[in-house]
Structures are given as structure tokens and as C-alpha cells.
Design a protein around this ligand. Structure first.
Ligand SMILES: [Zn+2]
Length: 256
């Protein structure tokens, strides 16, 4: 393993009582999860993302949107957590106040064993009612696409955050409170370009947190980072956890 991790970054994490982690597509990449754009192959290439992932697109053609998410679930169904996911489970166990905020909708952090976490953009495996906004676990399969809500008869939709949709106030408050108190804020596998995540590094910085970025490439957050570690998440995160002296329990159970 030839990942250059600055000693001071390790020391800052070891000393930290409160750590907030923001993860994005770079963490899922190691599990072979295709991004939204990467999933637009074959017939799906012809559609604008606004047709596939906005409330307006759903109102125009709810069948198309439902089928798009059926396709994306199929692309993700064989994906398993990678070493970056498991290393973050071990980190959670070692840090007194820990919060993982993910922009990923694939559920892999939870599958690996992370529990102090927020799925900020929802979870593709979950379903909710378009009209009521409430989670729906089961419904009658009548062959209709999309299926209908057992409570109100409205259309069901995936429980993910679409373009142009806001993040719930509860979620934003929980994230904001944790970021303001954090000693170290880690940006892992995300450029943190999309709102509201784009404001998180600045919020952390203003409240005197040290910022560590893990990404193969330079990102918009690099200039705010105290330390930028270049490499894939699956390479860097397990090595970082090892350097912190954290018992690699989840990592070893995963064969890492
Ligand atoms: Zn309903």
C-alpha cells in the first residue's frame, strides 16, 4: 500500500472527539455502483435527467420514472460494500461522537454496518407515496406501473431526493448541528458540488474544524481542506483507519 497520508491528519483524527464524514459516489465506485449518468445506457441515453428524476418528470410520465428506478436497482443489486465502507464502520466504533452523511442512495454504508448515519439523498430500495410523502413498505401488485399507495391510492415513487427537491429540515438540522460541533470533517469520494453538501466544508471551516479530503482528483473542496489525500476511497480509507490504530474488526470480517 503506497498511500501518502500526512502524519498530522492522522493525529488530528486520533485526537478528535467529534467527527463528521461526508461521502459520495467515489465510495460506491469501489463497489461497481454506476452513477446516474453511467446508468444511462441503451434506450435510457435519450432521456434528459429532468425526465427521469424530477417531480415534474414523474407527473408527466410516472411509468417511465418508475421503470428507470427499476433499471437502476437492477444495476445495483449485486453491489456489495467495499473496504472503504467497512473501514468507516470501524471508525464509527472508535470515535465518541460520529456522524456519517452520505449522498449515496445504494444503502451500502448501512449494509456494511454503519449506524450513526444519514442517507441525505434517500435510499433507492425504499418506496414512498408521491402524494403523501410517507414511506410505504408493501402494496398490492396489480400490474400497474407505478403501483399505488395502499393508504390513499396515489402513485408510489422511489424514496430518493430528485433534482430540484429539497432535503428535509430535520436532516439538514441534524447534519448542520453535527458539522458545527465537529473537530474534524472528512470529505470522502465527493466533490461536494451539489447543494446542500456544497456548503458543508465551509460550515465546518467556519467552526474551526480541520478538513480532510480523500479523492483521486482535486475537487472544489480541495482549497478548503487542511489535508488532501489522493487515491481511491477503497485504498485510502482502510489505510487511514489502520494508521489511526483502530481495531479493524469490520475490515477483517470483510477480508480486508
Ligand atoms: Zn398515499
Amino acid at each position: 500500500m503506497s498511500v501518502a497520508i500526512p502524519e498530522q491528519a492522522v493525529a488530528a483524527l486520533v485526537a478528535a472527539e467529534r467527527v463528521v464524514i461526508l461521502t459520495g459516489a467515489g465510495v460506491s465506485a469501489g463497489s461497481g455502483v454506476p452513477t446516474f449518468r453511467e446508468s444511462q445506457t441503451g434506450d435510457w441515453q435519450q432521456y434528459d435527467p429532468r425526465d427521469l428524476a424530477t417531480p415534474q418528470g414523474f407527473m408527466r410520465n410516472s411509468r417511465l420514472v418508475w421503470e428507470w428506478y427499476t433499471w437502476r436497482r437492477k444495476l445495483m443489486e449485486r453491489a456489495k460494500p467495499n473496504l472503504a465502507h467497512y473501514a468507516l464502520v470501524d471508525m464509527e466504533q472508535a470515535i465518541p461522537e460520529f456522524l456519517l452523511i452520505t449522498q449515496n442512495i445504494d444503502g451500502l454504508h448501512w449494509a456494511a454496518g454503519s449506524r450513526d448515519m444519514i442517507e441525505m439523498h434517500g435510499n433507492i430500495a425504499r418506496t414512498k407515496c408521491f402524494d403523501e410523502g410517507i414511506p410505504v413498505d408493501s402494496w398490492e401488485e396489480t400490474g400497474e406501473i407505478p403501483p399505488h399507495c395502499p393508504h390513499c391510492g396515489g402513485n408510489l415513487r422511489p424514496d430518493v431526493v430528485w433534482f430540484g427537491e429539497g432535503i428535509s429540515t430535520n436532516v439538514l438540522n441534524q447534519a448542520g448541528t453535527a458539522i458545527k460541533k465537529s473537530d474534524v470533517f472528512l470529505c470522502i469520494g465527493t466533490a461536494a458540488m451539489a447543494a446542500p453538501a456544497a456548503s458543508f466544508p465551509l460550515l465546518a471551516k467556519r467552526n474551526a474544524a480541520r478538513i480532510i479530503e480523500i479523492n483521486p482528483e482535486q475537487t472544489a473542496s480541495t482549497m478548503m481542506a487542511d489535508w488532501s489525500i489522493r487515491g481511491t476511497c477503497a485504498e485510502v480509507v482502510p489505510e487511514l483507519v489502520r494508521r489511526m490504530g483502530i481495531p479493524p474488526i469490520a475490515l477483517e470480517s470483510a477480508g480486508g
